[in-house]
Structure formats: structure tokens, C-alpha cells
Design a protein around this ligand. Structure first.
Ligand code: CA
Ligand code: CA
Ligand code: CA
Length: 449
């Protein structure tokens, strides 16, 4: 639907009714996480887990607008909002908040992008609790939508129509949300705030305050979650804006209204909702991001040991960076025939004894086909290895990423030791009988409370 058609719908703008502030609990499945590696390449991981969510019905004005902003300056400044972060009652620090109690839904707004500037307190820290809005436009309570978030660091003006004005992407991830978790509401009033706890998955990290954030509602991949790439057709679930501008962080009273939706936000799509459209300063997503007050640190290994197989070359420093400097092991004999013939165990120290999130990235390649790679974390409470990622490993660098479901148990009390293992094993016939595993990087990403 184009904007001139959408404008006709203004005649049917719905008068909000008052709901009790009921809260419904549910879950969202992480569809995929696309993580940027230090060399600028991306790793996509799927089937990661679920997060708890809370759903609150809200009143909102549903409408559209005239195109208000025709030319955007080549650089963007700050006009709206303010304030530093604060420590909430939960112990989380809010680094961006635009949740004013007065909401506006963009008709056909399945794909929008907002300029958000978080407080400096959020720099380099992973989001723990996020809050956003969704409007389910035709009152369905069946099936699921994919909520996709993409974060960009850079706006570039004067690139013209059809060309993305946003670049330097630092996250791209999606969640499956089942519609039957949303309570029934009167026709046309299916607007909700959703709060999700992503504290175990430190991937949404804004490096330096500015986050041009795209929010998209899409159809899940038709072939199944193992193929999810976030590129399905847009749905009839729409973005929700909050009036009057943010309380924490800043955003200009503008956003990018991707109509017709193609996932490309060009400079001519910049827009805002005027009072005459039913919006008041409504150029800003209803959105809130909270971080743990502690830092999110990348932790390098201090020691390594080829527990199975033989160390051939490289040192502990070879494991620190994604730089093509490898720590190489050769497959060897094992006491049990089913055991992986090459296993490297690494240790380091956690900056905290009480991590709220613990992620491990392992990148390696091998010199033959038909090998698999498994990543495990040592649980000091149960004295067991816990597998957090596995997959095939190629003859060029392959990255696996895993997350601890009990981060605190992966740190040894007293010593703060952390321990991980990466194993290589046959998943088919290998043309090379004695093969090499070249490990480029094994690092933890640990969030402190
Ligand atoms: Ca577009
Ligand atoms: Ca804005
Ligand atoms: Ca390396």
C-alpha cells in the first residue's frame, strides 16, 4: 500500500479504548543471531534458545501520515530527549527509553527504522532487557511472525532513492513470536508492548551510542528454522511509536517509513507523524533498552592443551585474534574409539564470579572434508562438560558460537577460572587419515553484573 492510499484510512482512525494494565507471560524463540566477527565477516547461528517475554495490551492511535520531511541534512544532530542513564529497581541500567504511555501505530509499518542515540553508559555493553511495541493489524491469533532487528552505526546522506542510507551494521537478529500468546482484544485494537529478557545472549551491543535501528516484522522462512535468514515477506504486524520523544537517550522526531517495504531505508523515506496525523512528535519507536551496569568483556585464553591429538604449531596468543595465525593440532589416538581425535582445552579467568551472560566464539578450519566441531564449557558445579555449539567444520575458517545456560556455574568460585574445549571428530569418511585442526580464535564474551 502506498502512502496516498494509506492516507484514506485516516477516516477510519480508531478511537482508543482503555484497557486494564494486564500482563501476559510467554516466550519467544531466537530464530537466528548474526554476529560480526572481528575481521568484519559474519557468523549466523540458529536454534539458540528461547527468551521469556511479557506482553501488555496498550491503547494506541492507528493512523498514517502525509510525507512531512522532504530533505534531510547530510548529517544528523540531536534534538530530543536527554538525561543520563539511571539504575532501575531491577539493577539494570536504562540506556534508551521512549515509553511515554501515549502510542501511535504506523499503518503498513512492518518495516521502519529509527535514529536512536543511547547514553554513553551503554557503550560496549550488551542489552539485557528490551521493550518494544507490536500492532497485530488483523486480529489473528494464529501462526508466528519473525521480529528482525538490524542495528547500523552510520547514516550517509545524499545517496538518493533506492539506496540504503545506513551502513556499518553491528547486529542483525530475529525472534519468532507466536501470535496465540497475545490476548484477544477488540477489533483494531491489537497493540501491545513486549518486554523480553535477552540477558543470556550478549549480541546486541551498541559500540558508541548511535544505533540506527531497523525493526521488521516478517514471515518465517518457509523451509524451516534451519534456513532462517530474516528475508521472508513482510507481515501485517506493524511498528509502534511513542509520542513526545524519549526520556533517556535521544532521537530526532523522524524515522524512516519503508513503504512499500523492501528492507532498504533510503533518505527519501524519512518521515514523522504530525499532530494533524494523530501523532505528537511521533517519529520515535516505543522502545527501551537496559544493560547490566557491569561491562561486557572479551576474554582471551591464558593457557591451552591439546588434550587429544598432538600440538603442531602456534601458541596461546594465536588463539586471541581472528588473524589467520593458527594454533594447530594433529589428530591422534584416543582411549575410546568414539572419542574425538583432536581436542583443545583452553583456560582463562573471568572478570567476575557472577557473570550474567557467558558466550564463547570458536573459529577453526581443517584440512579434510567430513569433520565436525563441538564447543563445550566446563560446569564447575556439576563437574561436567556442557555442549553449547556443534556443526561441521570446513577447510576455510568456520565459526561456532555458544551460550552458557548457567553462566555462574561456568566460573570456578575462588579462582575465577573458566574452561572450554573445542573438539574435532569425523562425521564421514575422511580422505586424509591423520588430519590437522587449525584454531584461529577461541574467546569468551562475559557480562558482569
Ligand atoms: Ca525502502
Ligand atoms: Ca526518531
Ligand atoms: Ca589467530
Amino acid at each position: 500500500m502506498n502512502r496516498s492510499i494509506a492516507l484514506l484510512l485516516l477516516a477510519s482512525v480508531i478511537t482508543p479504548a482503555i484497557f486494564a494494565q494486564e500482563v501476559y507471560h510467554g516466550t519467544a524463540q531466537i530464530a537466528y543471531l548474526k554476529v560480526r566477527n572481528s575481521d568484519g565477516t559474519y557468523t549466523t547461528i540458529r536454534d539458540v534458545g528461547t527468551i521469556p517475554i511479557k506482553i501488555t495490551p496498550i491503547d494506541a492511535t492507528v493512523g498514517t501520515d502525509t510525507l512531512d520531511i522532504h530533505n534531510l541534512p547530510s548529517t544528523l544532530g540531536l534534538t530530543k530527549g536527554g538525561g543520563g542513564g539511571f539504575l532501575g529497581v531491577s539493577g539494570y541500567q536504562t540506556v534508551y527509553q521512549n515509553d511515554t504511555g501515549s502510542y501511535f501505530v504506523a499503518i503498513d509499518g512492518a518495516s521502519c527504522l529509527d535514529d536512536t542515540v543511547h547514553t554513553a553508559a551503554g557503550n560496549g555493553k550488551a542489552w539485557s532487557i528490551v521493550k518494544f511495541g507490536v500492532h497485530i493489524s488483523d486480529d489473528r491469533r494464529t501462526g508466528k511472525f519473525l521480529l528482525r532487528w538490524r542495528g547500523y552505526a552510520t547514516y550517509t546522506g545524499q545517496l538518493g532513492p533506492g539506496v540504503s542510507a545506513f551502513s556499518n551494521e553491528f547486529f542483525d537478529s530475529g525472534f519468532y513470536v507466536e501470535r496465540n500468546q497475545f490476548p484477544a482484544t477488540p477489533p483494531g485494537q491489537s497493540t501491545f508492548l513486549v518486554e523480553g529478557d535477552i540477558s543470556q545472549y550478549p549480541v546486541f551491543i551498541v559500540p558508541n551510542q548511535t544505533c540506527y535501528m531497523a525493526s521488521q516484522f516478517r514471515t518465517p522462512h518457509p523451509l524451516g528454522p534451519q534456513f532462517e535468514d530474516g528475508e521472508g515477506p513482510f507481515t501485517l504486524d506493524w511498528n509502534v511509536f511513542a509520542n513526545n520523544g524519549p526520556q533517556i537517550g535521544t532521537s530526532q522526531d523522524m524515522f524512516w517509513y519503508d513503504v512499500p517495504a523492501d528492507g532498504v531505508y533510503d533518505e527519501t523515506e524519512v518521515d514523522m507523524f504530525d499532530p494533524e496525523d494523530g501523532g505528537v512528535g511521533a517519529g520515535n519507536f516505543a522502545f527501551k533498552a537496559q544493560v547490566n551496569s557491569g561491562p561486557t568483556n572479551v576474554v582471551n585464553p591464558f593457557s591451552f592443551n591439546w588434550f587429544r591429538g598432538t600440538h603442531m604449531s602456534g601458541n596461546v596468543g594465536s588463539l586471541w585474534f581472528d588473524d589467520g595465525n593458527y594454533n594447530v593440532g594433529r589428530s591422534g589416538a584416543t582411549p575410546i574409539v568414539t572419542e574425538a581425535p583432536a581436542q583443545i582445552v583452553v583456560e582463562s579467568f573471568s572478570p567476575t564470579n557472577f557473570p550474567t551472560a557467558l558466550r564463547i566464539d570458536a573459529q577453526a578450519k581443517v584440512n579434510t572434508v567430513n569433520l565436525g566441531m563441538r564447543v563445550e564449557l566446563w560446569n564447575f558445579t556439576t563437574s561436567q562438560w556442557v555442549q553449547v555449539a556443534s556443526g561441521s567444520v570446513g577447510t576455510s575458517d568456520t565459526t561456532l558460537i555458544g551460550f552458557a545456560s548457567n553462566p555462574g556455574q561456568c566460573v570456578q568460585a575462588g579462582t575465577s577460572t573458566i574452561r572450554a574445549k573445542v573438539s574435532f571428530y569425523r562425521i564421514g569418511a575422511t580422505p586424509v587419515f591423520v588430519w590437522l585442526a587449525s584454531v584461529d580464535r577461541i574467546v569468551w564474551t562475559i557480562t558482569s553484573p
